[in-house]
Design a protein around this ligand. Sequence first.
Ligand code: TXA
Ligand code: MG
Length: 345
Amino acid sequence: MNTRIFKISPTTPKEKDITDAADILKSGGLVAFPTETVYGLGGDATDPDAAKKIYSAKGRPSDNPLIIHIATPEDAERYAYTTEIYYKLAKAFMPGPLTVILKKRNTVPETVTGGLDTVAVRCPAHPIAHELIARAGVAIAAPSANLSGSPSPTCGEHVISDMNGRIDAIIDGGECDIGLESTIVKPDGNSLILLRPGAITADALSCVCEKVVISEAVTEALKENERPLSPGMKYKHYAPSVPLTLLDGEDAKVLEFLKNSQKTEKCAILCYAEELSALLPERLIDIGKKDDLNTQASRLFAALRNTEALECDIIYAHLPKTQGIGLALYNRLIRAAAHTVKHIN
Ligand code: TXA
Ligand code: MG
């Protein structure tokens, strides 16, 4: 398949390109597009065949449901049964990096929700995503635009590398601001269950809903035969082809460990900016300053992709603290590391 590539500036998007991309969606095709979190691989959310094409382009199991993307929070009415808490969340965080699980209406085919009676709804803040969805005139089902098993794409090149030749079009709108996927919540009576942490933190959510329960699957490995609340949690997520080990301990001791490791093994290191000068430059990836969690979030997936090109036997990264957006970093890294943590004393 010949994939059309539209290079679009988020600040001055060309009308014609967005209209062409929206036309592809309206006629049942697939278009990858930037959002403020990661790139999405979009298709008409009301078209059962579009969903099938998405699963096949990604190589993704079809019981892992898709998020539907809407242009305004009120558009959720067409696809789901909204609630008071939905509108409270919408007022506080939409458009933005939040996905809410709601009871679905019949307008959403079961191929999109993997047979569930609920649907995940998100109203992205990225100007290109917003324009594209608005012009398509329908909700857009979109998982992250990576091949199943790769880290989510945070820039146009990542999408082109995974999806060129597999879908109708790719909108390259540059780098995503946040770099980690949206926060997913499921309202449950008076509380909110946090299914996937993201840039909307548990603390921020608790300003809207007093009781926020962090699902165990966010930090812990699933037990055998356990059925997760969010089907995506049961899949092995991105894991680098060489083992990743997370290091936990005092900064100075971890740095000492890293220096020694560089002498004795072929290791790649996702290090803090402050550590660059103390380490040998080979196979070193700067993840950002220690306290700058937003930069670390925006660089993480590119850093993990970059390790694939490095010849090494092991990858080390710091075990993130779980405060704020740190919980999202922790969640992605602990899964990429298959829960391998080394404690340095
Ligand atoms: O930031 C994002 O959310 C990006 C951009 C493109 O919007 N999308 C994204 O989609 O990360 P994806 O498919 O990679 O992850 C969606 C997650 C999966 O873990 C899936 O299991 C969960 O959402 N999910 C979808 N529908 C659900 C539902 N009805 N109930 C529970 N979990 C659901
Ligand atoms: Mg994904």
